[in-house]
Design a protein around this ligand. Structure first.
Ligand code: SF4
Length: 207
């Protein structure tokens, strides 16, 4: 087993397999939840979407709504003005350009308002069970660099390094377990290196 595989196996032992952090019942609900989760905790998003999806949970419904009405439902979420606009525009695109269904490929997903490559990776994996890459969020970005898995400064380039470093069977796991490690141990400020069970593999800790 390579060093990188040992890192993943150890984190898998600690944090389990693939759990989803955002609650959803359809690809569209996940698309909206992923959009809302940028710069916001999954817990807060889940609280907001639990109520919101009882009122509306289809692209047809959101496409017809006024932006102000969407804003009211998500006002406790960061950047809710721009996220409300994205939800409406993305819903319109899904209805008018994709027959009412969230597209199940990266090329079309990234055409949707408010959906970048990171979000598209999450949707492909979680909604369509088709892992196309590794979503690099703030935790994955930070820990990949600390561990020495990448020295790049842009999430897309970090993702390319990770895809080269891990066999495809590990791709669905990498995002989840690095996020769990980032929340519990390898925090942005004051990482708990003394209690980190992968410290022996960590470039930053051993430099
Ligand atoms: S040793 Fe410290 S910096 Fe390295 S992965 Fe563990 S917690 Fe993060």
């Amino acid at each position: 087993m390579t060093k990188n595989e040992k890192i993943i196996e150890e984190l898998k032992r600690l944090y389990g397999g693939v759990d989803n952090f955002l609650n959803f019942n359809s690809p569209f609900e996940l698309t909206v939840a992923v959009m809302l989760s940028a710069q916001c905790t999954d817990d807060r998003v889940n609280k907001v979407t639990e109520k919101m999806f009882k009122k509306a949970n289809t692209p047809e419904q959101f496409a017809k709504m006024k932006v102000e009405d969407i804003e009211k439902m998500i006002s406790s979420i960061s950047y809710f003005h721009s996220k409300a606009k994205h939800i409406k525009e993305c819903s319109r695109q899904i209805v008018e350009e994709f027959g009412g269904e969230v597209p199940s490929n990266m090329k079309d997903l990234v055409k949707l308002a408010g959906i970048g490559r990171k979000s598209a990776n999450v949707i492909m994996l979680e909604a369509f069970n088709d892992c196309q890459g590794i979503a690099v969020d703030t935790h994955v970005f930070r820990i990949s660099r600390r561990l020495g898995l990448s020295d790049k400064n842009e999430p897309e380039k970090v993702e390319q390094d990770l895809l080269k470093k891990f066999p495809k069977k590990y791709w669905p796991l990498v995002n989840h377990i690095l996020i769990s490690h980032g929340r519990k141990v390898c925090k942005a400020i004051k990482p708990d290196c003394e209690n980190c069970t992968i410290s022996k593999y960590c470039k930053e800790y051993n430099s």
